[in-house]
Write a protein that binds this ligand. Sequence first.
Ligand SMILES: N[C@@H](CCC(=O)N[C@@H](CS)C(=O)NCC(=O)O)C(=O)O
Length: 312
Amino acid sequence: MNAARDSLILHHYDGSPFSEKVRLMLGYKRLAWRSVKVPVIMPKPDVTALTGGYRKTPIVQVGADVYCDTALIAQLLEARAPRPSLFPPSQPLAPLLAQWADSTLFWTVIPYAMQPAGIADIFKGAPPEVLKAFSADRAPFTAGMKRQTAADATVNLAAYLGSLEAQLADGRPFLLGLEASIADFAVAHGVWYLRRAGALAEIVARHAQLGAWLDRLLAIGHGPSEPMTSQQALAVAKAAPSHAPTAVQPGLGFAAGQVVSVTPTDYGMDPVTGTLVGLNADEVVVARDDERAGRVHVHFPRRGFEIQQETT
Ligand SMILES: N[C@@H](CCC(=O)N[C@@H](CS)C(=O)NCC(=O)O)C(=O)O
């Protein structure tokens, strides 16, 4: 099991757009990874044993360190394999475009693709109970959000894809220039999902440059992976001798050792409670104990997450 100690373990499922974003980033960086398939809906006991309650997909595990949210996962991969970079210095706006794609574009793609004509293809072959269970799972998951109507999403998406097409019109291979960046991977997962939406995928096919750009990104592939069970992943966490070095930077409003909860501010607002062990402008890290996973350090991006001190 020693070889697994420092391995990147991706917990994901095939049809998850944010997982596709990470799979492509792994491929881009030619990193080897272990693949743990997780359930599409709750319950996910082997995920929450690692995270302490966070249920979004994907997560990446390295030993007893668990990284939530693809914005932070991108930074982890960048640290593991700096070249090729997801953050080329010539593209300072790449993280901003990525943030827009992961929020606004994604939440325009979903209501557009989830129209009856899209659902028919996205859930092809699945019995009606599966669709029903999916809807029942996702309703509370997104309860705090105002969802776009299909009509609004259609108009908005046409404008967004039109802008992306225009950006690529000068023949550049990637959205912000000659090199790929985090912006490409963040936009790609939404457009990838649109392509799976049967007749509705026509909205992508209308844009020749955008289609060619997506093909270019998908050609990167996912790199080499080996399957692993969720039980094996829990055993890797439990056996890990130590955690990644981390520290609480002073002046950011919290102190090491405080019991805090960390909660996404957009949707899927499941709090994770633990002892604060790491904090800086980019990430917040809490330590928590789980019977099966042992002592786990759970990492979240600082932006897009709320930290609350818990009264003990
Ligand atoms: N900001 C998160 C968003 C992740 C997200 O919304 N993932 C979707 C799947 S693509 C999800 O969690 N759906 C519910 C689930 O898988 O339980 C990230 O970048 O990782």
